[in-house]
Design a protein around this ligand. Structure first.
Ligand code: FES
Ligand SMILES: [Fe+2]
Length: 320
């Protein structure tokens, strides 16, 4: 499962949008049911009953916190263990043979996260800015008709600002681009990605962009009252969820900050990436120049750590 995005933690939805009813979600090409028990514990199971294939998301959550299939009422707890089959007094040993796989979940930064695998999900390695209390974050998300790697790629790319955003905050950079400014981009590798510092030789301020594998971008703009995090969440090979999570900066007031304008700026990015075909290309395809280095590092990692891993899975499947 999850061949296009195997064994990663990723947010899927804000906690505030998940009520008492089970919901169907698609993550990296897999259909899942997401539900919470009375104690607030989240569970993600395949949205497919192992009895006759009914979608569990059309069922209900029982008082004991199990999901009940809408077809014949089999019940599964948050671990995926089958706990009840109506009209059949089965032993617990028999019931355990009717269980389904469950995927690890956590609540972090006001969002429900799912691990896209079943083996040894160690704790996610996250920037400290995502470890604040859940109610501190301001969250906005939307569906883009694009491959998730395109959203990471454009978020790492400082030099799209003067062109893609020329009519909003990229206007000053657009002027500089036409006056032969030179970009100064430096990259520091980190344990889980890189830190990129971007600046033009003709302007005093720049932008810092951090990438955390697989799909987290943190922007650090001088003087901005909020720290924006972008998440490129794969839904399937041609659709993704773009989640923006803002953490207020306690040192700077936000009273004049226009959230609508900020979230609307990503429309420029959406239109660009939706016009691109499929996933990012490999580093030996297309032409590249020195300022493409952040993008090239991401692509090298993607083709090695994600596509490489997927090819190993496919090889294992064909060998067995
Ligand atoms: S299909 Fe789910 S209980 Fe029969
Ligand atoms: Fe952009």
């Amino acid at each position: 499962m999850f061949e296009m995005f195997p064994n990663f933690w990723t947010p899927v939805l804000p906690v505030a949008e998940i009520g008492a009813e089970p919901i169907a979600i698609e993550l990296a090409g897999e259909s899942l049911v997401l539900f919470r028990d009375a104690g607030g514990q989240f569970s993600a199971l395949p949205d497919l009953c192992p009895h006759r294939g009914a979608p569990l998301s059309r069922g209900r959550v029982t008082e004991s916190g199990c999901i009940e299939c809408p077809y014949h009422g089999w019940q599964f707890d948050t671990d995926g263990t089958c706990t009840r089959v109506p009209f059949n007094p089965l032993s617990s040993a028999h019931l355990s043979k009717l269980s389904v796989v469950s995927f690890p979940t956590r609540v972090i930064a006001g969002m429900v996260w799912i691990f896209t695998g079943t083996e040894n999900a160690s704790a996610p390695q996250l920037p400290s800015s995502l470890l604040e209390p859940n109610d501190r974050y301001i969250i906005h998300h939307e569906i883009w008709n694009a491959h998730w790697t395109r959203a990471v790629d454009i978020s790492l790319d400082y030099l799209h600002l003067p062109f893609v955003h020329r009519n909003s905050f990229g206007g000053e950079l657009n002027d500089a681009a036409h006056k032969d400014a030179i970009a100064q981009i430096s990259i520091t590798s980190t344990a889980d990605g890189m830190k990129v510092t971007n600046k033009l030789n003709t302007l005093p301020s720049g932008t810092k962009i951090d990438w955390h594998q697989p799909n987290i971008i943190v922007l650090n703009l001088d003087g901005m009252p909020l720290l924006p995090h972008f998440f490129a969440i794969p839904i399937n090979t041609h659709k993704m969820r773009f989640m923006q999570v803002l953490l207020p900066n306690p040192g700077i007031g936000q009273s004049n900050f226009n959230f609508d304008d900020f979230f609307a700026a990503s429309d420029d990015d959406r239109i660009m990436v939706e016009s691109q075909v499929s996933e990012v290309s490999n580093v030996n395809e297309g032409y590249n120049v020195p300022t493409d280095e952040p993008s090239l590092r991401f692509r090298r990692w993607y083709y090695r750590a994600v596509k490489g891993k997927r090819n190993e899975v496919i090889r294992d499947m064909s060998a067995s």
